[in-house]
Design a protein around this ligand. Structure first.
Ligand code: DAH
Length: 345
C-alpha cells in the first residue's frame, strides 16, 4: 500500500513541479510533500510501525524520492531566481553610449562681461582698477569736483538725496549730505587724497540719476572713470590711449574726434565721438585736463602756474560701450531681466 502510495506521490509531485509558474508555487509543492506535515514526511513517520526489512526497503525508496524531488525543486527555484535577476538587470541597465543630458549653466551679464574686458585692456596699459562708494557725500560728488552749491552746472546731474534719520551714526550736516553718486568722478578725489602721483587708474562702477528713462537713459547705469596724473601729461596722451582702448575693445578700425565741451572739473573739456569706418558719429565719453581746483580739493599742487601736477580724466558710459559693441538699441534691456535678451551673450 505504502509502495503504491510512494510511486503515485512521486508522479504527482513531479507534475506539480513542472506546472509551477513561480517561486510561490514551488514553495507550496515543497510544503505539500516535504514539509513538516508533507505527504512524504508522513511516510517517513509511518516507517516505525513496519517490520525491520520492509522499513529498510521503503525507507530507502522514500529517501530516493525525497532527494529526487528536492533536487527538482532546487533546480527550478534556481531557474526562477535567475529569471527575476535578469529581468531587473534589464530594467536597470545603464546605456553608457546614450548622449548625456546637458547641464545648463548660466553666464555673466553682458555688462559684467564688458566691464571685465575693459579692465583687462586698461590693465595691460598700466592702469589700476579702483572702486568707490555708491552712496557718496555731497562734497565728493559735487563740491570737490568744482561744482559748488547753487552753481547751474549741478543741473547736469539730477540726484537722489538720502534722508538720514537724526539718530543714525553717519555724520552729516548741511554741507555734507548723502546722495547716490551721479558719476564715478568722486573717486578721482578719494584716490588722490591717499595716493601721490604719478598715477593711472580706471574706476568702473554703478551710478544713479533722478531722471526719466528712455532708450538711452536709465536711473541706474555704469560708468568708467579714468584718471592719469603726472608732470607732463597732455591731451595728446589722452587721445592716444583712448583710441588704442577703443580699437581693442571694438576689435575694428575706428576713428575718434574730440569736440570742445564743458565740465566743471576739467579745463579744457572735450566730448569724444567714435565712428566705425564711414559710420555715424556716436558720442562716447566726456574728458578733459584735470581742473586745478580738483587737484587742490584733493590736497595736491596743480601745475598752474607751474611746477605741480597735471593730467587728464575721462568718463564713459559702460552701458553705452556695451551698446556700441553689441549693437543694442535700448539701455533698459540690461536691467529688464529678460532672458530672451540675456541669453544672447
Ligand atoms: N562725470 C561726467 C558725467 O557723468 C563724465 C566725465 C566728463 C568724467 C569729463 C570725467 C571727465 O572724468 O573728465 O557726465
Amino acid at each position: 500500500m505504502a509502495k503504491i502510495n510512494l510511486k503515485n506521490l512521486k508522479v504527482e509531485a513531479k507534475k506539480g513541479i513542472e506546472k509551477a509558474d513561480n517561486l510561490k508555487d514551488l514553495d507550496e509543492i515543497f510544503r505539500k510533500y516535504l514539509g513538516k506535515k508533507g505527504k512524504i514526511t508522513l511516510i517517513f513517520n509511518s516507517l516505525k510501525k513496519l517490520p525491520l526489512n520492509k522499513r529498510k526497503k521503503l525507507g530507502r525508496e522514500a529517501n530516493l524520492v525525497k532527494i529526487g524531488l528536492e533536487k527538482l525543486i532546487r533546480e527550478k527555484t534556481q531557474k526562477f531566481k535567475e529569471e527575476i535577476r535578469a529581468e531587473s538587470l534589464g530594467k536597470e541597465k545603464i546605456d553608457i553610449t546614450r548622449p548625456g543630458k546637458k547641464v545648463k549653466i548660466g553666464h555673466l551679464h553682458p555688462l559684467t562681461l564688458v566691464q571685465r574686458e575693459v579692465e583687462e585692456i586698461f590693465q595691460s596699459m598700466g592702469f589700476s582698477v579702483i572702486t568707490g562708494p555708491e552712496v557718496e557725500t555731497e562734497w565728493y560728488n559735487f563740491d570737490a569736483l568744482n561744482i559748488p552749491k547753487d552753481h547751474p552746472a549741478r543741473d547736469m546731474w539730477d540726484t537722489f538725496w538720502l534722508k538720514v534719520e537724526a539718530n543714525t551714526r553717519i555724520h552729516t550736516n548741511d554741507t555734507n549730505r548723502l546722495l547716490l553718486r551721479t558719476h564715478t568722478s568722486p573717486v578721482q578725489i578719494r584716490y588722490m587724497e591717499k595716493h601721490q602721483p604719478p598715477l593711472r587708474i580706471i574706476v568702473p562702477g554703478r551710478c544713479f540719476r533722478h531722471e526719466a528713462t528712455d532708450a538711452s537713459h536709465e536711473i541706474q547705469f555704469y560708468q568708467l572713470e579714468g584718471l592719469v596724473v603726472d608732470k607732463n601729461i597732455s591731451a595728446a596722451n589722452f587721445r592716444a590711449i583712448i583710441e588704442e582702448f577703443l580699437k581693442r575693445f571694438l576689435k575694428t578700425d575706428i576713428e575718434i574726434r574730440l569736440r570742445p565741451s564743458f565740465f566743471p572739473f576739467t579745463e579744457p573739456s572735450f566730448e569724444i565721438d567714435v565712428r566705425r569706418k564711414k559710420g555715424k558719429w556716436v558720442e562716447m565719453m566726456g574728458a578733459g585736463m584735470v581742473h586745478p581746483n580738483v587737484f587742490k580739493a584733493a590736497g595736491l599742487i596743480p601745475n598752474a602756474p607751474a611746477g605741480g601736477w597735471q593730467g587728464f580724466a575721462f568718463g564713459a558710459g559702460l552701458d553705452r560701450l556695451a551698446m556700441l559693441k553689441y549693437k543694442i538699441n535700448d539701455i533698459r534691456l540690461f536691467y529688464s531681466g529678460d532672458l530672451r535678451f540675456l541669453k544672447q551673450f
